[in-house]
Design a protein around this ligand. Structure first.
Ligand code: MN
Length: 229
């Protein structure tokens, strides 16, 4: 039997509300421009440019209550509050009708973005990893099992910075619904248990600075508190 040349890294995982068991994370998919108001604030026309997918890395997950170290190489880190979908099943070419049966539960996440580096990448037609897939860039609070909360299709999505409301939206404003995201992803990738989907952010994104306290919430799902250090 083979051994590893050094100890393998820890399995990234997300807490589960009301349980000591952890959700083992495999891939972190993200949806870009899935709320029309955010697409407009970023200078895009949601009627001409549909949402799209990108990825973060699972080792970038941060738990609720943790500290987000201000990352290097940037002076413009933005918060993006998002509902997160956690999959306990997978497949390819999943139909929209089958999609919700794959969902384990839902969480509240922040898609931290080095906006200056993302902007450079956009301008130069380069990949987005330096803007999106950096260390600690994917806080995600404890997952609420769908068996307990169902599959939310409406509910406020909010983010406060130091007690002041910065982002406001509603799950009923998602351009791609959760079944549409799962079906669409499964036409491009083989989905597997442990996959997470950050579902896109409503309007009001903006910069954070060291010392900021971020409080996110998705009505019917949960909350997430993160401090910038
Ligand atoms: Mn996002």
């Amino acid at each position: 039997m083979s051994t590893f040349v050094f100890a393998p890294p820890a399995q990234p995982a997300v807490a589960v509300r009301g349980s000591s068991a952890l959700f083992p994370a495999r891939r972190v998919y993200c949806v870009g421009r899935n709320y029309a108001a955010h697409a407009v604030e970023m200078g895009h026309d949601p009627n001409r440019e549909p949402p799209f997918f990108f990825m973060k890395t699972p080792d970038a997950l941060l738990p609720d209550g943790d500290v987000f170290p201000y990352p290097p190489g940037t002076s413009d880190v933005h918060h993006e509050i998002e509902m997160v979908v956690a999959l306990a099943g997978g497949g390819v070419d999943v139909s929209e009708g089958e999609a919700l049966a794959l969902v384990f539960g839902y969480g509240v996440g922040i898609d931290f973005t080095r906006r200056d580096l993302q902007g450079e990448a956009k301008n130069l037609a380069r990949p987005w990893e330096v803007g999106k897939a950096f260390d600690h860039a994917a806080p995600c609070g404890a997952l609420a099992p769908a068996a307990e909360i169902g599959h939310p299709t409406s509910g406020a999505v909010t983010l406060d910075v130091n007690g002041a409301r910065r982002q406001t939206g509603d799950l009923n404003q998602l351009i791609w619904t959760v079944p549409e995201m799962i079906a669409g992803l499964s036409r491009l990738f083989e989905l597997q248990p442990g996959d997470l989907i950050f579902t896109g952010t409503p309007a009001g994104v903006g910069p954070v600075v060291r010392g900021d306290r971020l409080d996110g919430a998705v009505e019917g799902v949960g909350t997430l508190a993160i401090t910038v250090a």
